[in-house]
Ligand binder design. Structure first.
Ligand code: ADP
Ligand code: ZN
Length: 214
């Protein structure tokens, strides 16, 4: 069993790679972004509280996301956990270290997905996701079928995220550089950091991550 963090700016491809690891290795993906969107879709109090913050592209409080992650870690995962979009601050990174230690788990690798900003803007502003199965589409590079159905599951519920627009993306990038990118140094110093090129084709990124995980 291995536990890893996928680290990188919005649009780096963390979700795509996490889905692949779930399918091929039976790992459990913990995406705080997905959990927060689920809370919004369920209409919970917490979901209502964070909606505007997320739409602006700012980070929600450490307290909220640490609470979400704590619950999921307690449920356990046979194939190990993939932390996707968490931690995003040094406070979250410390909290994750404590949670793992309490549960007797260890972190095996922190994988940086390195990309450049120009590519992120193009990737994110054309992005849509299938509500049925989570498949990710892109207007230019991976359009869905002409009949309007998801090629993977047939659902017609294909949505663009409210925060996948140029304004919110600017804020999300700034939040990343100010608050999340210091984690690269943090995990480098701990000896856990591995870096893969996130700009190459999806299959090549899969292979590079596979090599890191062995
Ligand atoms: P992306 O990586 O594509 O920007 P995510 O789906 O991971 O998107 O997150 C979407 C939004 O959810 C973030 O912009 C932020 O508002 C909120 N969010 C997700 N994870 C965290 C976290 N660990 N800490 C604070 N806010 C978070
Ligand atoms: Zn689908």
């Amino acid at each position: 069993m291995i536990n890893i963090i996928l680290l990188g700016p919005p649009g780096a491809g963390k979700g795509t790679q996490a889905r692949h690891l779930v399918e091929t290795r039976g790992m459990v993906q913990l995406s705080t972004g997905d959990m927060l969107r689920e809370a919004q879709a369920n209409g919970s109090e917490m979901g209502k509280k964070v909606a505007a913050v997320i739409e602006r592209g700012e980070l929600v409080t450490d307290e909220i996301v640490i609470g979400l992650i704590r619950e999921k870690i307690a449920e356990g995962a046979k194939g190990g956990f993939i932390f996707d979009g968490f931690p995003r601050t040094l406070g979250q990174a410390d909290a994750l270290g404590d949670l793992l230690a309490e549960t007797g788990l260890k972190l095996d690798a922190v994988i940086e997905m390195a990309v450049d900003d120009a590519a992120l803007v193009a990737r994110i502003t054309g992005r849509s996701t299938c509500g049925g199965c989570g498949e990710v589409y892109h207007d230019q590079t991976k359009p869905w079928a002409a009949d309007g159905k998801c090629t993977n599951c047939g659902s017609t519920d294909i949505k663009r995220r409210a925060d996948d627009n140029e304004d919110s993306l600017k804020t999300r990038l700034m939040e990343y550089y100010k608050k999340t990118s210091p984690l690269l140094g943090y995990y480098y110093a701990k000896g856990d950091l591995k870096s893969v090129d996130g700009l190459v084709a999806i299959d090549e990124v899969k292979a590079a991550i596979g090599k890191v995980l062995g």
